[in-house]
Design a protein around this ligand. Sequence first.
Ligand SMILES: C[S@@+](CC[C@H](N)C(=O)[O-])C[C@H]1O[C@@H](n2cnc3c(N)ncnc32)[C@H](O)[C@@H]1O
Length: 255
Amino acid sequence: MRMRFKPYARPELLACDFHAHDPFHCAGHWKERFARPEQPLMLELGCGKGGFISQLASAHPENNYMGFDITDKVLILAKRKIEAAYAEKGLTPDNVCILSADIERILKVMNEKDTVSRIYINFCNPWSKNAGSNKHRLTHPRQLIQYRTFLEDGAEIYFKTDDDDLFRDSLSYFPAAGFEILWSTYDLHENEPEWNIRTEHEGMFTEMGIKIKALIARKLPGDESVTWVEPKQLAKELDAQDEEAETQEAPDAQM
Ligand SMILES: C[S@@+](CC[C@H](N)C(=O)[O-])C[C@H]1O[C@@H](n2cnc3c(N)ncnc32)[C@H](O)[C@@H]1O
């Protein structure tokens, strides 16, 4: 169901201390926003209504958390859920921050100085498999290579999805982008790990009888671990190889 425009969302977010009002001027300085800047920094990409980040961040004051979403219509609900979760525990939300940004352009908001130790990607839009669409997937190598800019070596990505195609493709996206898959499952709830926090979409898909797929991947050091080549670049390289092969064959052909 399409969510309606919420005219109260922006003013309420602008009055909230843990909402970043101007994320485009914070690249390289995110850690300084938090009460304890020295703590590990973790991101949730596409935090939606905030069920996950509100529970995770309020249970782990020893880490700092940032929740990204593209629209205020859901961020406002995340803001309220975070306030409620911290109030219930008698805590101040000083280790959490939410912001509105397009994750496909995340390098406008984050840079290599924002060393991040973990990313959570929960139920991102699956997009279709075709080449025009799949580049928008938040686990597409194009995206994963962007995340490498600010992820420390050894940092982890926790990924969950309901979508079979996206999951299967992601099993090859991660290694191509220089990540080692440490663990994966086609049925997360069969032996649900104690660290799992069910998100809004996870609850919805589970009620529909759809199995939840999940993996944990670790960033390998060094650019040499990245084998992904953009399709256009790959096509150029293959053309160049064909041309070279043809010129090598030509002398024989004249004999
Ligand atoms: C299917 S919902 C999942 C929400 C939540 N993670 C959950 O599991 O319930 C996907 C969320 O990602 C956000 N999103 C999709 N594409 C995005 C992008 N390029 N940048 C930022 N947020 C995005 C959407 O607004 C939406 O809230």
